[in-house]
Design a protein around this ligand. Structure first.
Ligand code: UN1
Length: 494
């Protein structure tokens, strides 16, 4: 019998009102049930929000450095539990173990970094234009925060949202993706073990329609923080609009790497392999387009193809494996559908393109790492986010054209350039319109102490991580203290 996991509401692990569960299966071996989780609905959401609303009354008054100490302790517990949590994550999500360790590490990093902010949370003091008057700005929390998170970074992404929200003094209801609830259970358990008081953090599992929708529509929720597709992000945004809920959206990408003739080609090939096929291409930052200068195009495509053919696809707990499975059948179908479209549109399939079968492959959702060359800007696979190991390569004639092509996307999350020419590097850094930019590394691998997010259809102007995350989970209050003992009128000539 697989273990049953519960919702976490008001400091206790409780069954859903409906009393039903769903299975979390290993995408590398669908015979393996990782656990069963609560099929919750609006009633559980209401209970969680009620608990969070009640807990907010006290939590907001706990000094920020004290809140941060608990977060710091949670970070220390995550360090101790890293291996167990990473192993559980690979079993539910499929990515190779060293990447799952990296995912837990992001949660550790954000805990330590944001805990430090608990002792800063700087506001401003400015001189008043009037005598005997003091003024300053301070951050204040919002209240109950709803978080809706995806399956590709099952602990990192919840942590980017939950940790800054808590340090700022908010309380939380988290709804993880149905594919990866185990990692959220592990994360929430760690926060509880670190001493976060009851009601401050709550977890409710089930589908978007059963839990996500009531969460985003609930009048007591002050902010919805969502990571996922632009399609769903738009629905979240509309749900938040009527009563002016804050809404922070982190959505798709079609991230481009530009390779110039001066680039160290082997380095660029290594970067492409990691950026395109790391996490089976299932990162919003994945390198899904590469634009190569004509002088090195043929050579680059050949080298990359040769190296891609050597990648080993398999079970993420096998240390010899480079790339795990797709997350589920529908993602695999989607990847295969785009491969079909790529072929039909006239892309040159240089490697991959097939579902892997036979032996262990029959038990999971395995796909060959796939590369299309000679892609043009009119083709669908150039434009649309696939979220799988399917890379499109196109040719450019100049840096200007390379930049123009990198910018030719509905999204604007991440981009990179490979070059040894500093002028090219800085020009591209200035002119590529994305939220994240790399020189001589691929489009993945953002670190938590800088803001994370993107332009255009990737986001709605907010950033996660860094100190900027505090802006999402707090509101500024400007305070004026007049100690003149007289009525002083700002802006009025006397
Ligand atoms: C995501 O794919 O949603 O920058 C997050 C990166 C990781 C996070 C990716 N640190 O690739």
């Amino acid at each position: 019998m697989p273990q049953a996991y519960k919702n976490f509401i008001n400091g206790e692990w409780v069954a859903s009102q409906r009393g039903e569960t769903f299975e979390d299966r290993n995408p590398a071996n669908t015979d393996e049930v990782v656990g069963v989780f609560q099929k919750s609905d609006q009633r559980d959401v209401n209970a969680a929000i009620e608990a969070a609303k009640e807990a907010y009354k006290k939590w907001r008054l706990v000094p920020a450095p004290r809140r941060a100490e608990l977060i710091y302790y949670a970070g220390q517990l995550l360090v101790k539990r890293k291996e167990d949590y990473a192993t559980a994550m690979t079993r539910e999500m499929g990515k190779v173990l060293k990447e799952s360790r990296g995912d837990v590490e992001e949660a550790i990093d954000i805990s330590y970094f944001t805990a430090g902010e608990g002792r800063r949370m700087y506001g401003q003091t400015t001189p008043s234009g009037l005598p005997n008057k003091f003024q300053m700005s301070i951050r204040q929390p919002l209240g109950v925060c709803a978080m809706i998170t995806p399956w590709n970074f099952p602990m990192a992404i919840p942590s980017w949202k939950v940790i800054p929200a808590l340090v700022c003094g908010n309380t939380v209801v988290l709804k993880p993706a149905t594919e990866t609830p185990m990692s959220s259970v592990n994360f929430i358990q760690t926060l509880a073990d670190a001493g976060i008081p009851k009601g401050v953090i709550n977890l409710v599992t089930s589908t978007g329609s059963q839990v996500g929708t009531p969460l985003m529509n609930h009048p007591d929720v002050k902010i919805v923080s969502f990571t996922g597709s632009s399609e769903v992000g738009s629905i979240v945004s509309k749900a938040c609009a009527p009563d002016f809920k804050h809404c922070s959206l982190e959505m798709g990408g079609k991230n481009c790497m530009v390779v110039m003739p001066s680039a160290k080609l082997d380095l660029a090939v290594d970067g492409a392999l990691w950026g395109a096929f790391g996490t089976t291409g299932q990162r919003c930052t994945a390198t899904s387009r590469i634009v190569v200068h004509k002088d090195v195009y043929k050579q680059f495509v050949e080298k990359l193809t040769e190296c891609t053919k050597k990648l080993k696809v398999g079970h993420g707990l096998d240390p010899t494996v480079d790339m795990g499975p797709a997350i589920n059948q529908s993602q695999l179908d989607n990847d295969l559908r785009y491969i079909g479209i790529g072929k039909k549109d006239g892309g040159r399939l240089v490697t991959g393109g097939e579902r892997l079968t036979g032996g262990i492959y029959d038990k999971g959702y395995f796909l060959q790492p796939t590369i299309f060359a000679d892609i043009t800007q009119q083709m669908t696979i150039w434009k649309e986010e696939i979220f799988g190991p399917v890379l499109s390569i196109a040719m450019c004639e100049s840096l200007e054209q390379g930049i123009e092509m990198a910018n030719d996307s509905a999204y604007g999350l991440s981009a990179s350039i490979y070059t040894q020419d500093i002028n090219e590097a800085f020009s591209a850094m200035r002119d590529v319109y994305t939220g994240i930019f790399y020189v001589n590394s691929p489009t993945i691998g953002a670190e938590v102490h800088l803001p994370f997010g993107g332009t255009k259809a990737t986001g709605n102007g907010h950033r996660e991580a860094g100190i900027q995350a505090l802006d999402v989970f707090s509101e500024w209050k400007s305070c004026y203290i007049d100690f003149s003992g007289t009525l002083q009128k700002a802006q009025i000539d006397e």
